[in-house]
Design a protein around this ligand. Sequence first.
Ligand code: FES
Length: 596
Amino acid sequence: MIAQQQSAQWVEIGSTDDLKDGRLVKRLGDRQVVVIESGGRLYALDNRCPHEGYPLAVGRVNDEACTLTCEWHNWKFALEDGSARFGEEGARAYPLRVDGGRILIDLTPPPVEDQMAERLASLREGLVNFETGRIAREAARLLDLGMLPAEVMRQGALHNAEREEYGWGHALAVIADCTSLAEFYPDEATVPTVRALFASADPVRRYAPRPTPASQPPTDPAGEREFRRRIETEDVDGAEALLAGAIESGAPTAEVARWLTHAATDHFLGFGHQMIYVHKLSQFAARVGWEPLMPLIPSLVPSIAWATRYDKLPEMRGYIAQLSDAESSFPALLAKQAAVAAGARWDSGRFRHRVLFGKHADAFEAVHAALGAGVALDDVARELVLAAAERMLRFDTAWETSHDEAVWDDGGWLEVTHLLTHANATRSLLAQGATPEVLRSLYHSAWFINDQKRFDRADGARADEAPLPLLEVAPEDVGPSLRESITVHDEPAALAHVRQWRRTELDRGPLYEALGREAVEADDGRFIIQAHVLKTCHAAIEESRLLNGHAEADLPLLAAVRFAATPRKQLAVYDQALNAARGTAPRPPRPARIDG
Ligand code: FES
């Protein structure tokens, strides 16, 4: 948009006789202007301090420096142009002239584009230094100027993607979730926007931009094969250059997405994170379009290339052998899908039982047999989502308070939540394009859900099947009441809200809204914890909606609510210290877990 020069709007706001102690305050509609005398000249500033809104008219003038100091927190502004001399943002200054004793100021607002550019520049400085107040204020100003919330969040995403040392990480997942959860803030878009911006800046505060390779347009029509080869050999620069080149040369977005999805399934990566991130990319693109996200897509490359390849560990050896044997049948399994009907009857109960409680090989066989029998792909993927949710309801939260060295090393709540988010990502990416490569993620998911049975409660109980309190909550109060029980970590009450709601014919909207808002506003710990609360709640809402009408549509919600409502290990100071101290003592390495 071209900036339009607007004609001046000179307004008389008083006379020089009205000045008292060199000050004059004038209300003009919804704003106040303060005229200040310094060194024999008059200056006009907005009377609201840009920091917290206190009146600048009360401030202190320094004639020599030609500045005004706000008394509340000492920010200093140049009287000439309002720029900040100390503090984070400047105040708006108005052109002023005196005509025969009359004081006139020009209220012409700068073109919106100029204002946005100024606000964005200030936001970027705030992001670099992780100045939370400044970030929040600039976000609010940009939204006031008419920038869409998703666009403000995208600015944060660009900032983060440029700096993350190992590429796309949790911050970008949080931002993608916030663009989506903004649906619960029709009148308060600043809240998810600020959450997204904080997430974008927190992990990379004061980081310099990550060096990136020059793009390299693919010359080979089989660019994907070369891209995956480079990822396989951890030629990160080479792979990133190739992907950036493909994007620049106009490769269709579906192709770019396919390269990434296939690369993310070449191994079982990073406890499912990389599949989750690829899913978040497509979720983000659904909100803002693919084009604006192109600059940050290459940041997925280091994330995928450097992720831990869990399938290389001894505990996955047996599974990988099974997978290798089965892969040649995948094209035929997919071809069979053309003739299957979603929702056809099958023994989903037995399937889930094998995935949850069988040996690793049983979980694999359950998936393979279901696909071989012609069960619809999405039905299998959906059942894995339900199995993941059930495992979360069986998780023994005592692990979160345990100081057992083995337990701490092997994981806990955060790891178990990936069962749901990974199953959710797999289901979504399969729905976008079922290929033999993506099909592998279904098997990975089954293995993963099965493997985490070691964190189940020893008594075999499910948290949502324990006696839960009977609640007397009016429909209009269910959201606030659920959030209250999450805040005070009252797990039974939190679960009871979902259970009781299920027995009614009432719309699940208030439950989604309560959980979505709780996830966005969660403020109880480290960034990494908040990121997991967000993505778990988001996945639960997404899956519950997809399960609409299913008898267990609330299972993902129960799982996410349980995670949100129970205490979570934060820094684990004691455990980290103990592990480190023991790690320095001479002793044999930890025994490897074996497949089973
Ligand atoms: S309100 Fe002016 S410096 Fe804080």
